[in-house]
Ligand binder design. Structure first.
Ligand code: SF4
Length: 330
């Protein structure tokens, strides 16, 4: 079998605070193949953005990777020097943040920022900078005359597109995105996501996409990682997640979002709120909110159990025979 592009193994991230260490990401493992689109979902505070920053090696104190490996194209990113990471970032992988307004420099035109990025990684001629900058603006559907614009002169949707254009200056193999559409209205969100998906297909890069929007997940991703309280609750192909969600938390997330197709159903959501990661519940971390809680759940922390091609952290799936019973009942 071909090597995955990215292999995250047991990634564990703590926030080292005066009040004590908080484990925000706890032993997360997954792989990503070239050209694959992975969605990472979960409620606010579940550790998904911290995990993403850990993968991209963009964590700043008090956040720190305390265990695990992030192997990207055969190299463990956790152990690379700042200089080595700087060399790889933009060229081999790039990151698109939630808000382009915060990520872009308000004092410089878009074109000047593209030029800085290109010059930080080589010695392109002025003509090469102009040509590549115009190309990537064209890719994301912005008129290249906007290379002269400053971030505040662009709409929110155009700023996010400009960030994506910048992320593609070197045609990296991996683009990491932290809720890139969350600040946009629904029409701009849809248009930007369609553009990202088209580019991913035509240029062949892989995507890790953090979101809390299940409709985006169903439409655009190949695989889904559901996170709860810093851990992977369920990992499966997108179609399987929507047709046959296994973890009670995944079912709760799906019951909280409306679909435009299929029969009408009542939206129920998930009672309660995610736990304080400084003091997560004993046993299964989801047990205080789980509609299927059993006595064992209060004392036995579940592992990730394989089930029908998925991995699920729930005691309902410890035995292969139990899978069938749960799935038949469900
Ligand atoms: Fe619910 Fe128990 Fe499964 Fe946790 S282990 S999700 S509490 S059934």
């Amino acid at each position: 079998m071909a090597e995955p592009l990215l292999d995250v193994d047991g990634l564990t991230i703590d926030y080292l605070t005066e009040a004590g260490d908080v484990r925000a990401v706890d032993g997360v493992s997954f792989t990503l193949d070239p050209g694959e689109f992975l969605a990472v979902v979960g409620e606010s505070g579940c550790g998904k953005s911290t995990m993403l920053f850990g993968v991209a090696q963009l964590l700043t104190p008090p956040g720190e990777v305390v265990a695990g490996q992030v192997t990207f194209r055969g190299r463990d990113m956790v152990r690379l020097s700042r200089g080595e990471l700087r060399h790889m970032r933009w060229r081999e992988y790039s990151v698109v943040m939630q808000s382009a307004m915060n990520a872009l420099n308000p004092m410089k035109s878009i074109g000047a920022q593209f030029k800085d990025t290109l010059q930080a990684h080589g010695k392109p001629s002025a003509e090469e900078v102009r040509r590549r900058s115009e190309e990537v603006m064209g890719l994301v559907g912005i008129d290249p005359t906007h290379l002269r614009s400053y971030p505040h002169q662009l709409s929110g949707g155009m700023r996010q597109r400009a960030m994506i254009a910048m992320a593609l200056l070197y045609t990296p193999q991996l683009v990491i995105m932290d809720e890139p559409t969350s600040a946009l209205d629904v029409v701009a969100q849809r248009s930007l996501m369609t553009k990202i998906k088209d580019l991913q297909r035509s240029l062949g890069f892989a995507v890790i996409f953090v979101t809390h929007d299940m409709s985006m997940v169903s439409r655009y991703s190949d695989r889904v990682l559901v996170m709860y309280a810093g851990q992977v609750a369920e990992a499966a192909a997108t179609q399987a997640i929507f047709e046959r969600p296994l973890h009670p938390y995944t079912r709760g997330l799906l019951n909280a979002y409306p679909t435009v197709t299929g029969p009408r159903r009542e939206l129920t959501g998930i009672p309660g709120s995610p736990p304080d990661l400084g003091r997560p519940p004993e046993g299964c971390r989801f047990h205080p909110r789980c509609p299927e809680v059993m006595p064992d759940c209060l004392t036995h922390p579940p592992e990730l159990y394989p089930c029908r091609g998925a991995r699920v952290r729930c005691l309902l799936y410890t035995e292969p025979a139990a899978h069938e019973a749960v799935l038949t009942d469900g």
